[in-house]
Design a protein around this ligand. Structure first.
Ligand SMILES: [Zn+2]
Length: 214
């Protein structure tokens, strides 16, 4: 899952207005932010395997630290604890966002999502259906963008057009990933992952500074 995670990040702004959208995106996508670093380091493994499911050409061979339920609960508690003083609801909301990544990926992936490192792997395989995948992701994303647009107000042109361009860019990135075919190499996957998420988190943090909670 890709833009569905961002949908939840956008929506969380309503319950934690004092947390930056950048932090909310970071939490909702923490698993996928951490993952490319671990793949680059050789700790976690992915294989390019066109046709693995209808939607993704990737075979997630092993990702116990970034994508197991137990580790995401631990990462979630850690992130919540770090930001607990910024917003009264930060602790439960950031923890829930980090863990929500596992739940959405569990729905999406074939059974490759570990419950804990070395433990059984589960997954409902939504990725076997292209229309269902895109439909559910689009719905989550649209709902999140709408909630964020209602929970905040632009203070200036950056707040307005930065938000619009961010919301459109994420859809473009998603469409490109669906249409683009398999990546050329594992290195390309982690390089795009590291810089892509870095850019998105920075962009959302910048936009959010130019909007006020209402
Ligand atoms: Zn993921």
């Amino acid at each position: 899952m890709f833009i569905g995670h961002f949908g939840l990040g956008f929506a969380a702004k309503r319950v934690t207005p004092r947390l930056s959208l950048g932090v909310l995106f970071f939490a909702a996508q923490f698993a996928d932010v951490l993952w490319p670093f671990l793949v680059a380091a050789g700790v976690e493994r992915v294989r390019i395997d066109p046709g693995n499911t209808v939607v993704t050409p990737l075979d997630f061979v092993s990702y116990p630290y970034s994508h197991s339920l137990l580790m995401l609960v631990i990462w979630g508690l850690l992130l919540g604890w770090i930001w607990r003083r910024v917003d009264p609801a930060a602790f439960p909301v950031l923890t829930a966002l980090v863990v929500s990544h596992w739940v959405l990926d569990f729905i999406t992936h074939r059974p490759d999502m570990p419950l804990y490192p070395g433990g059984p792997k589960v997954g409902l395989g939504l990725w076997n259906s292209f229309p269902l995948t895109v439909g559910i992701e689009a719905l989550l994303y649209a709902a999140g963008v709408w909630i964020y647009s209602r929970a905040t107000r632009a203070r200036d042109a950056i707040g307005r057009w930065g938000f619009v361009s961010l919301a459109v860019a994420l859809v473009v990135f998603y469409a490109a990933s669906l249409a683009g075919g398999p990546p050329p190499s594992v290195a390309a996957i982690y390089i795009i992952g590291i810089f892509g998420f870095g850019l998105i988190v920075a962009w959302s943090w910048w936009v959010d500074r130019h909007r006020s909670a209402v």
